[in-house]
Design a protein around this ligand. Structure first.
Ligand code: ADE
Ligand code: ZN
Length: 332
């Protein structure tokens, strides 16, 4: 099964580029930028990665990304991820970035996006991995800052396929960003947002995301299983869910594997992704292996997860079909 998963053509739809910052690169960037880190070794740094819920993870995540300062830093970050993706036979990725996590500490928006964009172009040419960017807003900042960031992104609209919403969900419901999402839709961006697992008011947040915001996709979203009306809405609208089993195991009580199984049985377009692989020790390949071992998934079921993913990508139909054909050929 591990060999089957290794060769399976994969699609990654829930990956925070800042969450791919491995300790080794963190040390390199710190050295390059003259920043002192509070750790003396990679082992010591990894040992400090202790979190058991979303806020405790986010503290480590935001602290870690402070070494990212210049355009080459963002290029190197994205290129390192895309090399890893190519190794795992990820054929296509939609990659989140958090511009406000950088502009809020003085790094200009254009430094961030130019570095990421250049890596995506090189990876397409050199590695055969295609990728697009999704710009996320930090939901624990004010909606006005998200709107200002949206406006700042408009000159780079051709480089951004859609918008997302992440960071601490507690007390920061989707409705807080209704005007930002409405404007983003008018600008032609596709829409997704985190409805993180087992949050306060998860059900109400998912309802708002679907009914008030009109999202095209939901990041995580397994809690729809607690409300049949939400399941019906997701099915009726063909909304895909980007689940992250290993991440779930870090920030909640389990991988939510049974929930993912149930979503598959219901015919929901559920997918498997990695979230923040440098912090949760697992890229998409490891996530598929972990889920397969937990649920004893068959080859057909693993292929179905990847078919779901390519189907809900924000790619034109002919490209979706080309990737779907790769999965089918591999399974055959
Ligand atoms: N930002 C990076 N990873 C995140 C996650 N798992 N949930 C919410 N915000 C995030
Ligand atoms: Zn996430």
């Amino acid at each position: 099964m591990k060999d089957f998963i290794a060769g399976l053509p994969k699609c990654e739809l829930h990956l925070h580029i800042e969450g791919t910052l491995e300790p080794e690169l963190k040390f390199d960037l710190a050295r390059r930028n003259g920043i002192a880190l509070p750790y003396t070794s990679v082992e010591e740094m990894r040992a400090a990665y202790s979190f058991d819920d979303l806020p405790s993870f986010l503290t480590v995540y935001y602290e870690g990304m402070q070494v990212l300062r210049t355009e080459p830093d963002f290029y190197d970050l994205a290129m390192a991820y895309l090399r890893k993706a190519a190794e795992q036979n990820v054929r296509y990725a939609e990659i989140f970035f958090d511009p406000q996590a950088h502009t809020s500490r003085g790094v200009p928006f254009d430094v961030v996006i130019r570095g990421l964009r250049r890596a995506l172009i090189d990876a397409d040419r050199q590695l055969g991995v295609r990728a697009q960017l999704i710009m996320c807003f930090l939901r624990d900042f004010q909606a006005e800052y998200a709107m200002a960031t949206l406006l700042e992104s408009l000159p780079y609209k051709e480089w951004i396929v859609g918008i997302g919403l992440d960071s601490d969900e507690k007390g920061n419901p989707p409705a807080k960003f209704a005007a930002v999402y409405e404007r983003a839709r008018q600008e032609g961006y596709l829409l997704t947002m985190h409805c993180d697992v087992d949050q306060d008011n998860s059900i109400e947040h998912i309802r708002q995301a679907i009914e008030e915001i009109g999202v095209d996709r939901i990041d995580h979203g397994v809690n729809i299983l607690e409300d049949q009306r939400l399941v019906d809405l997701v099915l009726a609208r063909g909304i895909g869910l980007t689940c992250c089993p290993i991440s779930n195991g870090y920030v909640t009580d389990s991988m939510k594997a049974e929930g993912i199984r149930k979503l598959m049985e219901l015919g929901v377009r559920v997918t498997v992704n990695s979230d923040d692989p440098a912090y949760f020790n697992g890229y998409v390949g490891e996530n598929l292996v972990a889920l397969q071992e937990e649920l004893q998934l068959t080859r057909e079921e693993l292929a179905r997860l990847e078919r779901n993913a390519f189907e809900i990508t924000w790619l034109p139909r002919h490209l979706k079909d080309a990737y779907l054909a790769e999965v089918d050929a591999y399974l055959a």
